[in-house]
Design a protein around this ligand. Structure first.
Ligand code: GLU
Length: 447
């Protein structure tokens, strides 16, 4: 039974980079008919907050990413203690007493001598008496996992064959000197306990995976299958800009006003061999989803793509789906309004300005030389209810009566009726504005 997890640390907001990991895990689980676990990695009690945790759940919910199971690491310290005890008993977790400064000095010296800055394992040589003396000095140990020194190899779902030379790595610190856990060990313990079958995460974790695979084995379990996707970069191939890179999903939702499926559509396809396109539902993305399609080089995140996909999704949205949101922003002009204006929208909030054009008050713009034309136009407005054919009939009649044509015919009407030079099709707008307001505006009245 396939089981994956998304394991954010509640030390910040979800942003495009980590939400992409959530999307991959979610699609992977769905496609396999498996289970998706949301694990909150909050062992760093100093930096983790409840507000960030709530934000993560809220953002995922908005995106439509639901989880089958969830738990937080802060409630599971007993399990981590037990695993640490097992590793200690097997001589695989050893105490080290170097301070940060001492480690720094060692690294600098190694580099000066042209050696890689790998921890020298001096602590393994300490006698019990030396350890006792250090503790008597007031030092507390941090604990390192003893790597095997062998290469760790695996077939990665994205990167293919991967080999990590553990001799080139420092033995990872699993427990800090204040007794708190780095995420390395708790993550493995939870992955074993939750029976995770596949770990899908960013490429920045690849080296980590080398060490973690050895920890899985030290704890008597086979490691899951890994997939490490390449990270996102900016549109120009450089680092994801600070603004976009740090753009939280909550900003994309609340400030930028994008649709959740625009975010999902883009992030699911970026960096794959498929074209980026707008998908209306997550289900629509399942068929083509395959981690094997991901390129091993970084994917370019361009906010312009998000805009384009968002617009495409809005243009196809039926009124029933947006009615409540339009009403909440005071822009519910009814189904005819929605059908008329949606193709002009980049974001749903753009509907606000268009609703205001319809209901007014709009201050008409009428140049002196167009005043007479506008007055004639008001008189010649077709009789009866205005509908989709009225604009055509009206402007044809006006053309014959006044000899105006093209821009000279249409622009003064648009300016008078909407106060703006650009906007949605006037054939759509005219019946929405209605006879009364149209006549008033053509006469130069604010209405
Ligand atoms: N909390 C870790 C992170 O956010 C989890 C990494 C992982 O194992 O997926 O980087």
């Amino acid at each position: 039974m396939t089981k994956v997890r998304f394991a954010p640390s509640p030390t910040g907001k979800l942003h495009v980079g980590n939400v992409r990991t959530a999307i991959f895990n979610y699609l992977f689980a769905k496609k396999a008919g498996g289970t998706f676990l949301l694990r909150i990695d909050d062992t760093d009690t100093e930096r983790s907050t409840k507000a960030y945790e709530d934000g993560i759940r809220e953002d995922l919910t908005w995106l439509g990413i639901s989880w089958d199971e969830t738990f937080k690491q802060s409630e599971r310290f007993d399990l981590y203690e037990a695993a640490a005890a097992r590793l200690r008993a097997d001589g695989l977790l050893y105490p080290c007493y170097e301070t940060g400064d001492e480690l720094d000095r060692k690294r600098k010296l190694q580099m000066k001598n042209g050696r890689p800055p790998v921890y020298d394992r001096a602590a393994l040589e300490l006698t019990d008496a030396q350890k006792a003396a250090l503790e008597a000095e007031g030092r507390r140990p941090h604990w390192r996992f003893k790597l095997s020194g062998n290469p760790v190899v695996w077939e990665d779902m994205v990167r293919g064959h991967v080999s990590i030379e553990t001799t080139s790595l420092s033995d990872p610190i699993l427990i800090r000197e204040d007794g708190s856990y780095l995420y390395t060990l708790p993550s493995v313990v939870d992955d074993i306990d939750a029976k995770i079958t596949h770990i899908i995460r960013g490429e920045d974790h690849t080296t980590n995976s080398g060490a973690q695979i050895e920890i899985f084995e030290a704890l008597g379990s086979a490691a899951p299958i890994f997939g490490h996707q390449a990270l996102l970069v900016g549109a120009d191939g450089g680092k994801l800009s600070k603004r976009i890179g740090s753009l939280g999903i909550s900003d994309i939702r609340d400030v930028e006003g994008y649709e959740p499926m625009a975010v999902i559509s883009l992030l699911a396809k970026l960096g794959t061999s498929d074209p980026v396109d707008a998908f209306e539902t997550v289900e629509g993305l399942l068929e083509g989803f395959d981690l094997g399609k991901l390129s091993r080089s970084p994917a370019r995140f361009d906010p312009e793509d998000l805009k384009r996909i968002n617009a495409k999704l809005l243009h196809a949205k039926p009124y029933a789906e947006v009615k409540d949101r339009l009403a909440a922003m005071g822009a519910d002009g009814g189904e005819a309004f929605w059908n008329g204006v949606r193709s002009n929208l980049e974001r749903l909030s753009d509907a606000k300005a268009l609703a205001a054009l319809v209901s007014g008050p709009v201050t008409p713009v009428i140049a002196d030389e167009d005043a007479e034309f506008a007055a004639t136009a008001a008189e010649m407005l077709p009789a009866g209810d205005l509908d989709g054919t009225s604009w055509g009939a009206w402007t044809t009649a006006l053309k014959e009566a006044t000899g105006r044509k093209g821009k000279g015919l249409f622009m003064p009407l648009r300016l008078a009726l909407t106060g703006e030079a650009h906007g949605p099709e006037m054939a759509v707008m005219l019946p929405l504005i209605g006879r009364e307001r149209a006549i008033a505006r053509l006469k130069g009245e604010t209405a």
